[in-house]
Design a protein around this ligand. Structure first.
Ligand code: KG4
Ligand code: ZN
Length: 332
């Protein structure tokens, strides 16, 4: 029996954020994220440390999510968790916690694909967000993925384009590392970029190519002027961001042309980037697209997006088996 007025707890632990959220009829009652600062000193996520931090964080994070939503765990209708893709050690923490809690409470368990959740986050009822109409194109841009997805229905998705090497988040983070900025560098590149002017034109290459050309360019300039980076950080960041955004928009334009679908949504951590948000808004006027940009809190990893997928699946009684296992390379 499914409940009409349902409360779903979402749990996310695929990478380095431990998150829990409660959703009730499409509205988010709480959205708690514990970001793991431990990785900053290593310049990237250390899987073993991520797994350990999830173990420390998951109970307090879930407690806080229930407390903020002002509900008791016995009121929950189901538990939705990220099954994959992600880091195996991290996924295992969320998976085993969710299984145990669902079993203990005697309620259904729902497995969620993290990348689908980044897309379906647009269906959360929240001010400033509008639900896309099917079919639409989704550009998912994160630290692990860069994909253009054709979305025909909630769970009918087809990847029609993707990066051949690095993810766009990596392009931001690795370029930032070359500039001596701490991990994750994406938001910092964004911050400096807004103060600088791009000095390079659009270039057509892969993201790993971008990182290499940033490296060669910076090395050459630093040879002549050791203070080159600190003196030009804003313009360098603006150039990196301009190139990445231009490149993504180029690919999106191709996808719109090829599919004839001009309703476009973005999702994933990099959709918090000011450059891509502005470019997408401008595309409404420039090309007549209808665009959807998620609220900031639903861009980087969060459990609200897991909870909305949980709710959509709950209504269809699409539950996981009790022997469900985490899947590091889960596909759609
Ligand atoms: O979706 P997400 O939180 O985790 C993954 O599933 O990977 O994405 C994290 C990525 C990181 O690479 C981070 O640097 C990037 O999103 N990011 C940004 C911004 N905010 C987060 N990149 C550029 N500009 C931003 N404002
Ligand atoms: Zn993500």
């Amino acid at each position: 029996m499914i409940q009409k007025n349902c409360y779903i707890l979402g749990i996310e632990s695929s990478c380095d954020d431990t998150a829990a959220a409660v959703i009730n009829n499409g509205e988010i009652l709480s959205n708690v994220v514990a970001t793991q600062a431990i990785h900053e000193q290593y310049g990237g996520v250390v899987p073993e440390l991520a797994s350990r931090a999830h173990q420390q964080n998951i109970v307090p994070v879930v407690h806080q999510a229930l407390h903020k939503a002002n509900i008791d765990k016995n009121q929950l209708s189901a538990i939705a968790f990220t099954r994959g893709p992600g880091l195996m050690g991290s996924l295992l923490v969320g998976t085993s916690f969710s299984k145990s809690l669902a079993l203990g409470l005697g309620i259904p368990l729902i497995d969620v694909n993290h990348m689908q959740a980044h897309i379906l986050a647009h269906f959360i009822k929240a001010e400033g967000q509008s639900a896309p109409n099917f079919p639409f194109l989704a550009l998912t841009i994160s630290g692990g993925h860069t994909q253009i997805v054709k979305v025909t229905d909630y769970f009918e998705m087809e990847i029609i384009g993707q990066t051949i090497d690095d993810a766009v988040g990596e392009a931001f983070d690795k370029s930032a590392k070359i500039l001596g900025l701490p991990y994750p560098g994406g938001p910092l590149v964004d911050k400096y970029a807004q103060l600088g002017k791009p000095k390079v034109g659009p270039m057509d290459f892969s993201f790993s190519g971008l990182k290499t050309s940033v490296l060669y360019f910076v090395e050459k300039e630093v040879n002549q002027n050791p203070n080159f980076i600190s003196e030009n950080i804003e313009d360098i960041c603006a150039s990196i961001q301009y190139t990445i955004v231009d490149y993504l928009m180029d690919k999106l334009k191709n996808a719109v042309k090829k599919t004839g679908i001009n309703e476009v949504a973005i999702g994933g951590g990099v959709s918090a980037n000011s450059g891509i948000r502005t470019a997408l808004k401008e595309a409404e006027k420039k090309y007549g697209w209808k665009t959807h940009i998620p609220k900031f809190e639903f861009c980087t990893d969060n459990a609200a997006m897991i909870a909305i997928v949980g709710e959509l699946k709950y209504k269809n009684q699409n539950f996981a088996e009790s022997n469900v296992v985490a899947s590091a390379r889960m596909k759609f």
